[in-house]
Structures are given as structure tokens and as C-alpha cells.
Ligand binder design. Structure first.
Ligand SMILES: [Zn+2]
Length: 270
């Protein structure tokens, strides 16, 4: 029993590496719920805006659908995502502001359920709030965007959190971006998972701040990188070699897309 427990603990403590990461493939379905505050009747955007931001209705406008379709090279799609709203919550802006994020999300979900729409169990939740200065962020398999977060970069970043994808890091241990962040967190300028500290591409006038793609390790983590174009240094016994790299965004060009340099000779994925 003790040995089994020890084996379990060792397994549990091993860090995740890309070979163990869960592939993100197929239909990625969110129920996008548009909720208004009891004291804020405005509808700054209509349902079509959010359908274009999140679903194939907006194909070509560089929202979440285009990000997933292009970064996954067709391995995943937001094709099953639905948008519902507007719904008026029995909560004011101030009541939402003062609630913890999980409750803030649930206020909208409860309202929508009471109005007759129950999100299917396989759906993740996306809550859109009709005013700003509240909160944009993720909680488990749900995320919310207030009216200041309705742009491609934030939508992609938070949606990816609900698929289990974490933040980007640099090796600059002197950088501490927020009170809650770890050294180097949010500091990979070439990965949308550092959302407010990245090289933005202004992909769309409609969706404002554009989302830069994933970096190579991130593409590998979610299973969006062809493994026959990943080179693991030392795997063939060679001590030195030269490699021609292809741009990560130009996979039509020949060459290796990522070089993995292992630090553990017993596990070349680490
Ligand atoms: Zn985040």
C-alpha cells in the first residue's frame, strides 16, 4: 500500500510536459451569454457582434473563430458555439463589482437559466457584461468579458484559459507585472497568453486589439504543431547539427518549426 501511494505521489509531482498535455481538437463549444445590469439598460453591441467575434459567422474578421481555425490549422473550430442575449439581471453594476468572479459569472448564468436557456453540459461558458470597469477574466471552464474586454486579444486569451491553457512567461525573473503574478509571468511578447504585454496585430477594426498567435511550445502543448516538423536535439545521438527553421506562421515553407532542447537525458520531452 505504501509503495502504491509513493508511486502515486511521484507521478502526481512530475511536472507536465508537452507530451502529456491534452490536445485541443474538434468542436470547441461555448455558450456565450449576454447579460445587462439592472441599472444599466444600454446594449452597446448586438448579438451579431458576438456571433462574429466567437463563431464561424465572423469568419474572415479575425475573431476567436479565425484564431482557432488558423492556429490549429483546422484541427479545432468554434463551430458549435452559440450566442444568447441580451438578458437583464436582477443585479446592479455595483453588486456585480463587489461579487467574487465566480459569483459574478453565476449571476448571469442563473439569469439566463431562469429565462429558459440551459447551457448544454459539454459547453464552456462565456459571459458578456454590458458595461465596463468590472472585470475580464476566467474561472475554471467559464470566462467573462466586461464592455472593455470586447476585443480579439482578450477574447482569445480568456477563452484559451477555459481550455486549460496557462500564462506566458519570460526568463526575466525581475519582472513582476501584477501583485498576483509570478516573476516573468505575462512577459512572452510572442504569445497571446501574455495578453496585455504582447506584440499586437490590429487584425480587425471591429474587434480592436488583435491577438498575436501562440508561440511554438504553446502550439505543441495543445497539439497544433505537426510532430514531424519538431526536432528533438540529441535524439539521433548527434552532438552538433545545423537546422533550417521555418517561420511558425508560414508552415507552407519547408523547414523545422520547433527545436526541443532537452535537459533530462532520460526524458527527451523535458
Ligand atoms: Zn490570463
Amino acid at each position: 500500500m505504501k509503495r502504491i501511494l509513493l508511486a502515486f505521489l511521484v507521478l502526481f509531482l512530475l511536472p507536465l510536459h508537452p507530451a502529456e498535455a491534452t490536445p485541443v481538437q474538434g468542436y470547441l463549444n461555448w455558450s456565450v451569454l449576454m447579460c445587462k445590469f439592472a441599472d444599466r439598460p444600454g446594449e452597446p453591441r448586438d448579438r451579431l457582434f458576438f456571433e462574429e467575434l466567437f463563431t464561424p459567422v465572423g469568419a474572415g474578421q479575425r475573431g476567436l473563430h479565425d484564431f482557432i481555425a488558423s492556429q490549429s490549422r483546422g484541427r479545432a473550430t468554434t463551430g458549435g458555439t452559440v450566442v444568447k442575449g441580451w438578458f437583464t439581471m436582477p443585479y446592479t453594476w455595483q453588486q456585480s463589482k463587489e461579487a467574487p468572479r465566480a459569483e459574478r459569472i453565476d449571476q448571469c448564468v442563473r439569469t439566463v437559466r431562469a429565462a429558459g436557456y440551459t447551457p448544454p453540459p459539454e459547453h464552456r461558458i462565456a459571459v458578456m457584461l454590458n458595461a465596463g470597469d468590472i472585470d475580464s477574466g476566467a474561472y475554471g471552464t467559464a470566462f467573462l468579458l466586461d464592455a472593455h474586454g470586447w476585443n480579439s486579444a482578450w477574447a482569445v486569451h480568456e477563452a484559451m484559459h477555459t481550455l486549460g491553457v496557462g500564462h506566458g512567461f519570460s526568463d526575466d525573473l525581475t519582472l513582476k507585472r501584477y501583485d498576483w503574478s509570478q516573476p516573468g509571468e505575462y512577459d512572452d511578447h510572442w504569445d497571446v497568453m501574455s495578453v496585455d504585454h504582447i506584440h499586437h496585430s490590429r487584425w480587425s477594426d471591429k474587434f480592436g486589439q488583435g491577438a498575436i498567435g501562440f508561440n511554438a511550445p504553446r502550439l505543441d502543448e495543445v497539439g497544433w504543431l505537426p510532430q514531424n516538423r519538431v526536432l528533438t536535439a540529441g535524439k539521433d545521438g548527434q552532438v552538433t547539427t545545423s537546422v533550417q527553421l521555418a517561420p511558425i506562421e508560414r508552415q507552407d515553407l519547408p523547414g523545422t518549426l520547433m527545436v526541443r532542447v532537452p535537459y533530462d537525458v532520460k526524458n527527451l520531452n523535458r
